[in-house]
Design a protein around this ligand. Sequence first.
Ligand SMILES: [Zn+2]
Length: 66
Amino acid sequence: MRICHQCQTEMIADCNVNVEGGLYGIKISKKGGGIFRRASAKPKAAVCPDCGNVAFYIEDPRAFRV
Ligand SMILES: [Zn+2]
């Protein structure tokens, strides 16, 4: 469960992220120490139904910790 930072309302998670007008989604990546240590993920969004705040998150943040 995600709570809005602005108003502490429970956010609607698991929303897809797309760039308007294109077929391309946003991808977040981080270079690691080698070709197999590169972390990447497609972000998801959580939307606050009360104030409209949007938060991005990924499902496997541990892959970025290296
Ligand atoms: Zn809010």
